[in-house]
Design a protein around this ligand. Structure first.
Ligand SMILES: [Zn+2]
Length: 495
């Protein structure tokens, strides 16, 4: 059986830019059999990323993961810039429409950049990453071209700077995904395990969870804003304010916690499955369509076995002198089980999302509260009239500063809950609804305790109580995150 070639004829080397890849809400991820798609790709020299994915996972999850990876951090920076500009204008009384303009601008700028960042870069003449997407870069309309493209898949991989694996539990069960991995990893075999080219593995469940966390966080702080406006304008008397706040905040907080906890527990399970899959990796157990079809088309024509071709190629890459005729397959398995597993573990740690995406998705909604708080400071809206007008402004600013700390704290308590929930399910065999209920009560208890402690020490919001209480809250949050992301520091030391 002949091995697949790594030599790619230059006329077949075609890629697409990220703008096209994400166009029309990622329409090319939905339907891979559109014949006109090949004409979207252009001849190129090399790829920034080879996108490895399986067709069994919904397209929207992959498109969202790409938006998160490539656009979320720039979107957060732009939202921060818009916040600084609009708040400066608000301070000098030059912002048309007042604080609502500022709040809406921050939200809108974040969403626009999150969705259209690559298109904006392209129209500004900046370079946009070029990627390989199988259904567009390999011809679907011409059987000969399609066959030549698949046969030379190794050539596409050789020309890629990075292998970006959009991981789902199905990924490593697919033989072609394993072939892509084998091609990328072989360069590390000869270089004492140091990764020459980057392999980035992004679990799609993690991306989905962060999207949900961003959305619910946005809803929570919008509800909070409504509460602040009601409270500061004294539309309602004391007890009614309390009831109204519980009515507005309660359901949103409960909804946020329950859905995030459920998806968080599933994500933690996915991480364990991923580590287990890599630890017990066996290329022999991966499936491919040809074998499932018994090597015959529906019309009864015989087709070549991809498995034999792929194994022959792995033999070319991984063979070392050994009596065992299948030694190369064991060698490849070993590289995945040791080198790749250790690389993935040090990048993803215990299964919590990468810090830059957490900050980008959770940091923006609290930014939108700065303009209304600033407005209340400027108009001297009274909360507790203790230290005179100068303190009114400072007091509202301190309140604005404590909001992101609370947002990050809630997410941390969530992450802590996912771990507890997973342990309950795995070690004590507690059912999903029961562990969800237990974890949610625990989360609410912890959150309530921290909140009440903060409220107790900061009340009645005089300077020498509110300032240290806010600083202490931030110190706790930073300490907790440093602890949760300690594997990143270990990584830094290693490299
Ligand atoms: Zn086969």
């Amino acid at each position: 059986m002949t091995a697949l070639t790594s030599e790619l004829p230059s006329e077949l080397l075609r890629g697409i830019d990220l703008v096209t890849c994400l166009k029309g809400w990622g329409r090319y991820w939905w339907n891979r059999n559109r014949k006109e798609m090949y004409h979207l790709s252009k001849p190129i020299q090399c790829f920034d990323a080879f996108l490895s994915h399986d067709w069994g996972t919904p397209g929207w999850m992959k498109v969202w993961a790409l938006l998160l990876i490539f656009n979320s951090v720039p979107a957060a920076f732009v939202a921060l810039g818009v916040c600084v500009c609009t708040c400066s204008l608000l301070m000098v009384g030059q912002l048309p429409g007042g604080w609502p303009t500022a709040t809406i601008s921050i939200y809108v700028s974040f969403l626009v950049i999150l969705i259209f960042w690559q298109r904006i870069r392209n129209s500004l003449g900046c370079r946009v990453p070029t990627v390989f997407l199988d259904c567009v870069c390999i011809a679907q309309h011409d059987e000969e071209l399609k066959k030549a493209g698949i046969q030379a898949l190794g050539g596409f991989l050789t020309q890629s700077q990075e292998l970006l694996i959009l991981w789902s539990p199905r990924t490593f069960e697919r033989l072609w995904c394993n072939f892509e991995l084998a091609c990328f990893l072989r360069q590390n075999v000869a270089s004492s395990g140091k990764f020459q080219k980057r392999i980035r593995l992004v679990p799609l469940s993690m991306a989905r969870l962060l999207g949900l966390a961003g959305l619910t966080n946005l809803w929570l702080w919008l509800a909070w804003l409504v509460w602040v406006i009601i409270e500061s304008n004294a539309f309602l008397p004391g007890l009614a304010v309390l009831l109204a706040s519980v009515a507005v905040l309660g359901p949103s907080l409960l909804g946020q916690l329950s859905l995030q906890t459920y998806l968080g527990m599933r994500q933690m399970q996915d991480f364990l499955d991923l580590y287990e899959q890599l630890g017990n990796f066996s290329v022999r157990s991966a499936s491919c369509t040809c074998c499932l079809m018994n090597h015959q088309t529906t019309e009864g024509q015989r087709i070549l076995c991809d498995r034999q071709q792929i194994f022959a190629t792995i033999k070319r890459w991984y063979w070392t002198e050994n009596a065992d005729p299948e030694h190369h397959l064991d060698h490849f398995d070993k590289v995945v089980q040791t080198q790749l597993l250790s690389e993935v573990k040090s990048a993803l740690g215990i299964g919590i999302p990468p810090l830059q995406y957490v900050i980008a998705m959770l940091g923006v909604p609290p930014l939108t509260l700065i303009p209304p708080y600033m407005h209340m400071g400027i108009t001297q809206t009274a909360t507790y009239d203790i230290a005179g007008p100068w303190w009114q402004m400072m007091q509202w600013m301190m309140m604005a500063i404590h909001v992101p700390a609370m947002a990050f704290l809630i997410f941390f308590i969530n992450m802590f809950g996912w771990h507890i929930g997973l342990q309950l399910r795995r070690k004590h065999f507690v059912s999903m609804p029961c562990s969800l209920c237990l974890v949610m009560w625990l989360q609410l208890f912890v959150l309530g305790s921290v909140w009440c402690t903060f409220a107790y020490f900061s009340f009645p919001k005089e300077p020498w109580r509110l300032i240290p209480a806010t600083c202490a809250l931030w110190a706790v949050v930073i300490g907790l995150y440093l602890y949760a992301y300690r594997h990143l520091a270990k990584n830094q030391r290693k490299t």
